[in-house]
Ligand binder design. Structure first.
Ligand SMILES: [Zn+2]
Length: 224
């Protein structure tokens, strides 16, 4: 019987296999698993790589995993001779001791790994896959943390809430000088532009008020 917690863990576990495959495709075949944690609410995957992946590479990895999910490929687990499994190219953990027979978990053409863990029935069960952090944890070892299913959805909803809050704050700040100012607006030219046109390198005349700061960035405005 699949409990919600067990299903959530299975989603994260299968997603870890897909993540490893996507990382190898985007960053290179040198990528090897260096550790992994599969919990009901998140997954963590450590892997060997010499540099921090760029934001663009991480996006490609995320896109690839979500593409595998959308393909809704069946996940198959079968037992076989260890030697046969390794010969077929199944990914094994470096330094791990395996018995005579092993369990091989295969997700279509995407991933074949020696694994005893619990998996979803088809990749589509994972739902949304979202990377939430990428850091270096040791020389040549990187760590990715990611979410799946409703956890990933709730994460993006949280970002949406944060964005709304920031937009409200920015709007409030922008409104301050115009509300407080009793003087007249100096025109459409930005503060920095006005300074450059009058006296290069000078500070604004004392009766000028500049906001957020004189010439700090092109958006600075001044009035008197
Ligand atoms: Zn596994």
């Amino acid at each position: 019987m699949a409990t919600p917690v067990r299903s959530a863990t299975a989603r994260n576990h299968t997603a870890t296999h897909l993540l490893q495959s996507a990382l190898r495709q985007v960053l290179g075949e040198h990528v090897k698993q260096a550790g992994s944690l599969v919990a009901p609410d998140r997954l963590r995957f450590d892997f060997s790589h010499f540099a921090a992946p760029t934001a663009e590479e991480l996006r490609r990895v995320e896109d690839l995993v979500n593409t595998y999910v959308l393909e809704n490929t069946q996940v198959n687990a079968r037992e076989m001779e260890t030697a046969e499994a390794l010969k077929s190219g199944a990914t094994a953990l470096f330094g791990e001791k395996y018995g005579e027979r092993v369990r091989v978990v295969q997700v279509g053409e995407v991933s074949t790994e020696l694994c005893g863990g619990t998996h979803v029935r088809a990749s589509g069960d994972i739902g949304l896959f979202k990377i939430v952090s990428e850091t270096g944890i040791a020389a040549g070892v990187r760590r990715i943390e990611a979410l799946t299913g409703l956890g990933a959805l709730h994460y993006t909803q949280q970002l949406e809430d944060d964005q709304r809050r920031v937009a409200t704050l920015v709007k409030a700040r922008e409104a301050i000088p115009w509300k407080r100012s009793t003087g007249s607006w100096l025109g459409k030219k930005s503060c920095s532009e006005r300074l450059r046109l009058s006296r290069p390198g000078s500070t604004p005349p004392p009766r000028w008020t500049c906001w957020p700061a004189p010439g700090r960035w092109p958006g600075s405005r001044c009035w008197r």
